[in-house]
Structure formats: structure tokens, C-alpha cells
Write a protein that binds this ligand. Structure first.
Ligand SMILES: CC(C)(COP(=O)(O)OP(=O)(O)OC[C@H]1O[C@@H](n2cnc3c(N)ncnc32)[C@H](O)[C@@H]1OP(=O)(O)O)[C@@H](O)C(=O)NCCC(=O)NCCS
Length: 78
């Protein structure tokens, strides 16, 4: 699974946002209905980025024991 990362010297300049917007654009053009990603529950920057793109964020299986720390971010495409 690919990992989106911005070099530490270049963070907070909207580079990851631009890249993920491009992923959304390409997925829409290809006819996809959703773009999903798994993000660790402690990864506030990536969760915020996904929410900024309109993603819903939820635990994959709330009944897992112990709880799975990865949350599923789903961007619905129109
Ligand atoms: C997550 C990551 C890719 C963001 O890269 P970036 O280029 O710095 O992010 P951007 O400048 O495009 O930020 C876009 C939005 O993401 C959110 N965000 C980014 N960094 C944030 C931070 N440190 N704290 C809170 N929100 C943050 C904000 O909503 C931001 O929008 P805003 O600037 O208008 O508030 C970067 O922090 C990173 O490489 N992290 C380590 C690798 C990683 O965890 N990848 C994801 C694995 S699932």
C-alpha cells in the first residue's frame, strides 16, 4: 500500500493536499466512487488532511479486541 509523506523540510506548504487532490481528480476521471485510506488514530495531520477533503473517518470494525488503531478515511466521489 503506498504511503503519502512530505519531507520534513517541506511540510505545511499544502504539498500533500495538492497531491491527494490530484489522486481524487484521477480517481474521479477513472470512474471510481470512493478513495479510501487507512490512517493510524494518532496521526492527526493525515486525519485532518483527509477531513479537509471531505472524508468520513471511522473505525473499520468497532468490535475488534484489542481495537485496531487504524481508521478508515473514505472520500465519496461525485
Ligand atoms: C501527513 C503529511 C503527509 C502532511 O504533509 P504536508 O505536505 O505537510 O501537509 P499539507 O501542508 O498539504 O497540509 C494539508 C492539511 O493537512 C492538515 N495538516 C497537515 N499537517 C498538519 C499538522 N502538523 N497538524 C494538523 N493538521 C495538519 C491540515 O488540515 C492542512 O491544512 P491547513 O494547512 O489548511 O490547515 C506529513 O505530515 C507527513 O509526511 N507525515 C509523515 C508520514 C505520514 O504519516 N503519512 C501518512 C500515512 S497514512
Amino acid at each position: 500500500m503506498p504511503i503519502l509523506a512530505t519531507d520534513t523540510d517541506h511540510r505545511l506548504r499544502k504539498q500533500a493536499l495538492r497531491l491527494k487532490r490530484e489522486v481524487v481528480r484521477m480517481a474521479t476521471a477513472a470512474g471510481a466512487r470512493t478513495v479510501t485510506s487507512k490512517v493510524h488514530e494518532d496521526n492527526a495531520p493525515m486525519l485532518a488532511l483527509n477531513r479537509k477533503l471531505g472524508a468520513t473517518v471511522e473505525r473499520q470494525d468497532p468490535y475488534d479486541s484489542p481495537p485496531n488503531p487504524y481508521l478508515v478515511c473514505t472520500i465519496a466521489l461525485v
